[in-house]
Write a protein that binds this ligand. Structure first.
Ligand code: FAD
Length: 342
């Protein structure tokens, strides 16, 4: 095993609502989980696509917003100390000689476990790339599509592009430590929370952030290091903005990505499972939530929760055949209550 590999019981690909509930169900059985997600926070579609919209069909929750549901799932699974690997894609999956799976993420983190659960929804949310000339020369060197460590931008001049929540949120977060921030957006209006927009406008009014309405036309620099970007303003003027880093936030698209290369039984972009345990046709790999398919499948959060429970029992028996499984009710089983810390 690699020196830097972390060992756990269950690797969950996707920290959407179904992945989060799987942590809870696995925890009741005494299993530890690591979750990997491309996004910078847990919640999948609920927090990324409809955080403030009410959901009406979660059992016993007559009305709950996407964000509230995820906040509660996080509280519910917290007794089991899940480890989150955010801002990274589950990329390479290899079977080891001892029967374990070794997962390597896009930032080189390595996790080893006997059970892999694909709870990947419709796939990874990946950033939409702008169509700038010579973009690939600067990508991952001085153009970043997400912020991994804010310290990287300390004392630097930043050009942030976009008019949604991500662009404005990062202007607010990075402004105190960057040397200079210029926000470039193609029009005057924004698609951001009113409070975020108000705070941004205050920074512009206080001359703490520059705001340019226009389109990026040229990337200038050498050997991957940007020195400035050329912008055509809404008035048709061409101006150069000095910057060390550019952060384009143009929205996200969904793609199955590396999962399609793991040799699983795919039916279009869905993974076929055996509904007895939600196992795939590859030993030790399970699929639950929107990403799995079977006759009568309904793509809803509540079905994903059921799949998570059944999967955990099946995966436990497969990976730990000699261990006694603590089954029973949370109301009455003291072993389960001890795990929950209640
Ligand atoms: P997702 O929520 O899609 O989460 C999957 C996660 O996996 C994502 O965060 C993704 O980034 C990550 N991921 C995928 N591949 C990788 C990889 N290789 N590496 C790292 N991370 C990866 N359902 C209801 O039940 N009721 C409703 O009222 C309802 N309303 C909805 C409204 C809208 C507008 C939308 C879009 C959906 C709605 N849904 C509703 C559907 C519901 O959101 C989904 O069924 C649910 O989110 C599925 O959960 P999941 O955990 O399976 O997948």
């Amino acid at each position: 095993m690699d020196v830097e590999a972390v060992k756990t019981d269950m690797i969950i690909v996707g920290a959407g609502p179904v992945g989060l509930f799987a942590v809870f169900e696995a925890g009741l059985l005494g299993l530890k989980c690591h979750l990997i997600d491309n996004l910078d926070r847990p919640g999948g579609q609920c927090t990324e696509l409809y955080p403030e919209k009410p959901i009406y069909d979660i059992p016993a929750r007559p009305k709950v917003t996407g964000q509230e549901l995820v906040d509660d799932l996080m509280i519910q699974c917290s007794p089991f100390d899940p480890v989150f690997h955010l801002n990274q894609q589950a990329e390479e999956l290899v079977k080891l000689a001892d029967g374990n799976w070794r997962m390597t993420t896009s930032v080189g983190e390595v996790i080893v476990a006997p059970i892999v659960v694909v709870a990947a929804g419709a796939g990874s949310f990946v950033p939409k790339k702008p169509k700038y000339p010579n973009l690939e020369i600067y990508e991952d060197k001085s153009i970043d599509y997400s912020v991994h460590k804010m310290d990287k931008y300390k004392g630097k001049s930043l050009a942030i592009v976009g008019g949604g929540d991500s662009a404005l949120d990062w202007v607010l977060s990075l402004q105190p430590l960057a040397k200079k921030i210029t926000l470039i957006h193609r029009r005057e209006g924004f698609r951001a929370a009113p409070d975020t927009e108000a705070q941004f406008k205050q920074l512009v009014a206080d001359d703490k952030v520059d705001f340019i309405i226009g389109n990026v036309k040229a990337l200038n620099g050498g050997e991957g290091q940007l020195s400035s970007i050329g912008i055509e303003t809404i008035e048709g003027d061409l101006i150069d903005v000095t910057c060390d880093y550019m952060l384009p936030f143009m929205g996200l698209k969904i793609s199955l990505g590396p999962i399609a290369k793991w040799g699983l039984n795919l039916n279009r972009k869905y993974i076929t499972v055996n509904t007895e345990t939600f196992s795939t046709d590859t030993e030790g790999i399970y699929a639950i939530g929107d990403v799995c398919t079977y006759p009568s499948k309904i793509k809803l959060i509540l079905t994903g929760f059921y799949e998570a429970a059944v999967m955990c029992h099946g995966a436990f028996k497969y990976a730990f055949p000699d261990r006694k499984m603590a089954t029973g009710y949370t109301t009455t089983n003291t072993a389960i209550q001890e795990r929950l810390g209640v």
